[in-house]
Write a protein that binds this ligand. Structure first.
Ligand code: IVH
Length: 672
């Protein structure tokens, strides 16, 4: 409190001095903690410094600057990424897998140079390549590699990486490349969270880094605790650096996270010894590496060697062999995920593979099992490449006895016994029973979501409690909960219980389209739900529709039609719907769900970029009011793409397909 009182009486000039001093102190400790991993103060002390700076900046907003440590996670979620053209193309590396290939690389190098080269050998980080750009010592932009020439502007996401300094003591323009990655620990933590949310796991750090950088909301990215190693110079006119080694040392001095370890070797035999020593040591690193990178040290020599249009001639990757083991496939179990997808899982004779014992491993789907001809009783080869999650790569045919058993997916859900279905070309087999025990939690959470029935205050923790205490077995049960029952739950007061009951009561009056979306029919998103409610007067009419009827609706393909039909064939689902009706949930179309005009009948609009006069939702609503359809993706059937500010890739696709593009003003004229 004392701090805040002092701040109020502070003069601007005094605040400025204090803010700058605090920022420098915080930057110093960020560097110690995140770059050098040698913290000097406890976390609590660091948090105090941050809080003090935040308080000062709150009181003096005119002193906030983008390079302040408080400005790592800012701004609203983006609508899409701007494209950035790299000043120097971002190339890739040629791979080698053997000592002979490394020797051949060395011979090629030596042939082009007058003297024997020095090499620098670094770990090949399993992550995603990015380019960072600093101007006047300030972080100004970061982009992904993309196609090597153009990538996405992911500056907001990269700012959240605490080892990326926002200010550096470097005067010249610096373009520097590196690898965004997750430590093994962070990836495991992320995957644990995804598993409990019923989401697909990231198979390796590369996928996790790529998936994270694609997120449009830096607030979510910040929670991923991404990290980065810088390993390649883009451009640095005026740096005077003559070697790669000098560059790495200078980066480190400037507080930038240069890749480490980086070892100088004066011959290819020293390189070979060094990379071999890492083949076994790699498990001891806190991050995944999938090989080593060998680079000619001198920039002058790098220039002489040059590049092909794909990769440099002065560097090469040496890839480690994937770590494999052979074990017996004892059985194939079928698990049901929270979204109803059935997944075959291999039960293996426990086997040790690079630091862990493996006894289970996903087989993904039935097609994959057929393609690899995997049978119960087989000896299988399992592999952990850069992959955290092991996979079955094949069968040891020579060990077959003839007693092995073929596998096929069960026709019924192993959890609830309902008939399962496979939709269209999809490889996934699904159980569509909304009261299936494996799915209840996920389905109830979906039902209550803001864009579904919008029932306030139903967090995942409460849902879990209601299910585990047997009070809720499907989403219709929510409407039969009594206030007294709810207030008896963990830490729930009477007021909160009343709020929940009121929220439920209010939701009974929702539109038909919200209800259809909330039911959780496979492949029926919000747009399709709106389409369906504009065609059918009530839920009974939709339930009675045949596949042929449904397919006649523009925007409903065969796969979606079969999915809807299957959903209403499932007897458990019909019982749940009856319960919803009995509770008084509206199942009839409301007037506002019908289009008031037909000007856009049979037309599909796609929006890209930011519009000045509408939010995306408002613009889509305008289209629907006039009988049109709004879609998220461009196809040859799209009538118009409306391009706002900073349009994304949809604009390029529209141009490629010859779809008419409208500017916001044209769209407004059309509405009139
Ligand atoms: S040097 C011209 N050094 O591996 C490209 N790359 O398979 C120069 N990578 O695209 C890259 N660790 O994203 C270099 N220590 C390292 C690396 C590294 C990981 C990635 C990089 C590159 C990919 C090639």
């Amino acid at each position: 409190m004392g701090v805040f009182c002092n701040i109020r009486h502070m003069k601007l000039s005094q605040a400025k001095t204090e803010i700058e001093a605090l920022r420098e102190e915080i930057r110093y400790h960020e560097r110690k903690y995140y770059v050098e991993t040698k913290p000097e103060i406890p976390d609590s002390e660091f948090d105090m410094l941050m809080k003090h700076l935040e308080a000062l900046e709150f009181e003096f907003p005119e002193l906030v600057s983008p390079d302040s440590p408080t400005q790592r996670v800012g701004g609203e979620p983006l609508k899409g990424f701007k494209q950035v053209t790299h000043k120097v193309p971002m190339l890739s590396l040629d791979n080698t897998y053997s000592e002979d290939e490394l020797k051949a690389f060395d011979e090629r190098v030596r042939k082009s140079l007058k003297e024997d080269p020095e090499y620098i050998v670094e770990p090949k980080i399993d992550g995603l390549a990015v380019n960072l750009f600093y101007q006047d010592g300030k972080f100004v932009q970061a982009s992904t590699r993309g196609d090597g020439t153009r990538g996405d502007d992911v500056s907001g996401n990269i700012r959240t990486i605490r080892s990326v300094p926002l200010k550096i003591p470097v005067k010249f323009e610096l373009e520097i490349r590196g690898e965004v990655y997750l430590t093994k620990e962070e990836l495991a933590r992320l995957n644990r969270g995804r598993e409990s949310e019923g989401e697909e796991l990231f198979a390796n750090p590369r996928n996790a880094a790529a998936g994270s950088l694609k997120l449009l909301d830096p607030k979510i990215v910040a929670k991923r605790n991404l990290n980065i190693f810088l390993h390649t110079l883009g451009s640095a006119a005026g740096s005077g650096w003559k070697t790669h080694e000098e560059m790495l040392v200078s980066l480190r001095k400037a507080g930038l996270p240069a890749v480490t370890p980086a070892k100088k070797c004066s011959s290819i035999s020293a390189v070979i010894d060094y990379v071999n020593s890492w083949e076994s040591k790699r498990d001891s690193l806190p991050f995944e590496i999938d090989g080593m990178v060998i680079k000619v040290n001198s920039y002058e020599e790098q220039k002489v060697l040059g590049t092909t249009n794909k990769s440099p001639r002065y560097a090469i990757a040496y890839k480690f062999k994937a770590r494999q083991a052979v074990t017996k496939l004892l059985d194939i179990l079928v698990q049901v995920g929270r979204t109803g997808i059935l997944t075959p899982v291999a039960v293996l004779e426990p086997v040790h593979l690079s630091g862990s014992t493996i006894s289970r491993c996903t087989l993904h789907n039935e097609d994959e099992i057929k393609r690899k001809d995997i049978r119960v009783g087989d000896f299988v080869v399992i592999e952990k490449g850069g992959e955290v999650i092991p996979k079955v790569v094949g069968v040891v045919q020579s060990k077959r006895t003839g007693k092995e058993k073929l596998f096929s997916m069960p026709p019924h859900c192993p959890v609830c016994g309902s008939k399962v279905s496979r939709l269209g070309e999809e490889v996934a087999v699904k159980c569509q029973n909304v009261s299936c025990k494996a799915q209840v939690e996920g389905r109830v959470i979906h039902f209550t979501r803001r864009n579904a029935m919008d029932i306030e205050n139903f967090g995942p923790a409460i849902v879990e409690k209601l299910i585990s205490t047997g009070k809720v077995n499907d989403y219709a049960d929510l409407y039969y909960l009594k206030q007294e029952e709810l207030s008896g739950l963990d830490r729930m007061g009477e007021k909160s219980a009343l709020n929940l009951v009121e929220g439920l009561e209010k939701s009974k009056k929702n539109t038909l389209s919200r209800l259809i979306f909330a039911l959780g029919i496979s492949d029926v998103g919000e747009n399709t739900a709106e389409l369906l409610s504009s065609k059918y007067a009530d839920l009974d009419a939709l339930a009675a529709a045949t596949i042929e009827d449904l397919q006649k609706i523009r925007g409903v393909g065969p796969k979606v039609a079969v999915s809807i039909n299957n959903f209403f064939q499932e007897s458990h689902n019909l019982k749940v719907i009856e319960k919803l009706k009995k509770a008084g949930v509206n199942t009839k179309r409301k007037k506002e769900e019908l289009a008031t005009g037909s000007k856009f009948k049979d037309m599909t609009f796609v929006f890209t970029g930011e519009l000045a006069s509408f939010t995306r939702d408002e613009a889509e609503r305008e289209v629907k009011k006039l009988g049109g359809t709004a879609s998220g993706s461009v196809s040859a059937k799209t009538s118009y793409v409306v391009a706002g500010n900073e349009p994304g890739s949809k604009l390029a696709k529209a141009k490629k397909l010859g779809v008419k593009v409208l500017e916001e003003e044209d769209f407004k004229k059309l509405l009139k």
